[in-house]
Ligand binder design. Structure first.
Ligand code: AMP
Length: 214
């Protein structure tokens, strides 16, 4: 089963993708994580995209499509969860072609709906375990009192360079301008289901489960 989690920055795509990995043996493919890994390992591509990411703009279709193509050959997975990809219609077309080449299809597109005020709150309060990527929120899911990640025990946490109000404004503009047309696109193809992304993590996960089990 291959699915896309679609939604603005801070909608909870990464959190739900990690859960689906644990519960269903699927593989999360997050282009944001791949780009951050490229940045921190100092590759040429990483250096090229760093400023674009910090400004909250989209990196080129060519780069992210290349990243996804490299990862689609992984075996032994119960399917892929595309998280933060596709973000443009060109990326959506490229994904369809790549899946077709593998003899696979897209089974569902889940749009996670969250209003902009909640996104700003979530993003400016967000931190991530530097070791395993578990996501915390100062208000709704604080780092445990012993200062250790509940998932892996690491004591190092980071805040993303682009998780500030100015970058977020640009990321939202990019979302509404370039990514939200995908909602109509997948709706027209009969593949889109909307879930309310504003609830507790467990409640959102239950809604997603319902869609995937249907
Ligand atoms: P994310 O972790 O998904 O919020 O992505 C962080 C940043 O990486 C975005 O603001 C973009 O600069 C870049 N990025 C991630 N995925 C894509 C994509 N599919 N297309 C273009 N840029 C992307």
């Amino acid at each position: 089963m291959n699915i896309i989690l679609l939604g603005p920055p801070g909608a909870g795509k990464g959190t739900q993708a990690r859960r689906l990995e644990e519960e269903r043996g699927m593989s999360q493919l997050s282009t944001g994580d791949m780009l951050r890994a490229a940045r921190s390992s100092g590759t040429e591509m990483g250096k090229r995209v760093a400023e674009v990411m910090d400004r909250g703009e989209l990196v080129t279709d060519e780069i992210v499509i290349g990243l996804i193509e490299e990862r689609l050959d992984a075996d032994g997975t119960a399917g892929f969860i595309f998280d933060g990809f596709p973000r443009t219609l060109a990326q959506a077309d490229a994904l369809a072609a790549l899946l077709e080449k593998k003899g696979e299809s897209l089974d569902a597109v889940i749009e996670m709906q969250v209003d902009d005020d909640a996104l700003i709150q979530r993003i400016t309060a967000r931190s991530t375990c530097a070791n395993c990527g578990e996501v915390y929120n100062d208000q709704t899911k604080p780092i445990p009192e012993d200062g250790k990640c509940a998932n892996c025990g690491s004591t190092e946490f980071t805040r993303r360079a682009d998780d500030n109000e100015e970058s977020l404004k640009q990321r939202l503009l990019e979302y509404y301008k370039k990514t939200s047309p995908l909602i109509g696109y997948y709706h027209a193809k009969g593949q889109l289901t909307r879930v309310d992304g504003l609830g507790e993590i467990d409640a959102v996960a239950a809604e997603i489960k319902k869609v995937l089990d249907a």
